[in-house]
Design a protein around this ligand. Structure first.
Ligand code: UDP
Ligand code: MG
Length: 319
């Protein structure tokens, strides 16, 4: 039995892309000594995408369409596809040709070399506005400065994962998710490959500014409890400043002589109590941060090696 490669593709209103994408995949995959399946996750499309997928399923049993009940967003569509994919390796990619299918043999080659996660990094996107590149770079800079995980700049959701990684990933059940960060934090043997993203084959980007902003906020909030601790730091700073003000008050009262009556003391008190309040808020923030980490119910550890399951043993014996 040949090893199976699953290709997971989220689809949202891509009627003009699907067939072209499918043909490109067929062309690339027929050169490789693997069985493959194409798991399309229709993320609540309102155009003809779902009909096209069903037609394709009729004519090619390697096409496995799944339809979500409504538009759940790219990250959840990807998650759904990874839950269903059965391959020994799972590749996630976009269906608009911006993740070039010609790169599949390269990803698979790295996997054959023993890498369990092959992450691609977008160097530049052809024909993308200066503003989009700028905001994307700024976002990664911010994220890497306030969170503990390092997330590669320009990292995309075009990657190959070994079945082991996918099985582990299924234990992560948080609702708000930023898959790039989660995968990079998982460990395992990872490597990266650079590519230049071509413009979309057809249609328009489904990521409005609003959706991109939401993804960025999700990335920051899911990867960092820094915003919650912010009050603590500002509060400590205020407390220190108030001490300086009080020292000034003591100095002008007892040594300097040239005392302005009253106001430095009042300012000192305001800064001091402001600081105390912010610190208290910050402490509450720290606890909420802990609650936040716990309610995610993430797995405590991920296993690198384990006894093969019955299904996998059978598959390997049949090879
Ligand atoms: N997509 C999705 N659900 C959404 C938005 C996008 O499944 O709510 C899919 C879309 O069909 C495409 C991929 O996610 O296959 C990437 O979207 P897009 O190309 O619009 O993003 P961009 O490349 O502009 O970042
Ligand atoms: Mg795209």
């Amino acid at each position: 039995m040949m090893k199976l490669i699953s290709i997971v593709v989220p689809v949202y209103n891509e009627e003009d892309n699907i067939r072209h994408f499918y043909e490109a995949i067929c062309k690339v995959m027929q050169e490789l000594p693997y069985d493959w399946e194409l798991v399309f996750v229709d993320d609540g499309s309102r155009d003809r995408s779902w009909e096209i997928l069903q037609e394709m399923e009729q004519s090619d049993s390697r096409v496995q369409p799944i339809q979500l009940s409504r538009n759940m967003g790219h990250q959840l569509a990807l998650t759904c596809g990874m839950d269903y994919a059965e391959g020994d390796a799972v590749i996630t990619m976009d269906g608009d040709m911006q993740h070039p299918p010609e790169l599949l043999p390269v990803l698979i080659h790295e996997w054959e070399q023993g890498f369990e996660i092959v992450q691609t990094v977008r160097k530049t996107t052809e024909g993308v506005s200066w503003a989009k590149n700028f905001s994307s770079n700024g976002f990664y800079w911010l994220l890497n400065h306030i969170s503990d995980t390092h997330i590669i700049e320009g990292g995309s959701d075009f990657r190959l994962m070994d079945a082991k990684v996918v099985r582990a990933f299924r234990h992560y059940r948080e609702h708000v998710r930023f898959i790039r960060g989660m995968i990079s934090e998982m460990g395992y043997r990872q490597t990266t490959i650079e590519f230049v993203a071509p413009p979309r084959f057809a249609g328009e980007s489904k990521f409005s500014l609003k959706k991109m902003f939401r993804l960025a906020v999700d990335g920051v909030l899911a990867y960092s409890s820094f915003p919650l601790r912010f009050g603590l730091y500002v509060g400590m700073l205020c407390a220190c400043i108030s001490v300086l003000i009080f020292l000034h008050v003591l100095y002008v009262t007892y040594i300097g002589g040239d005392a302005e009556r009253g106001w430095p003391t009042i300012i000192g008190c305001i800064v001091f109590f402001g600081g105390v309040q912010l610190m208290t808020l910050g402490i509450i923030g720290v606890y909420i941060g802990r609650i936040f980490e716990e309610v995610k119910r993430r797995p405590l550890y991920l296993v690198e090696r384990e006894k093969p399951t019955a299904r996998r043993r059978m598959r390997e014996e049949n090879q």
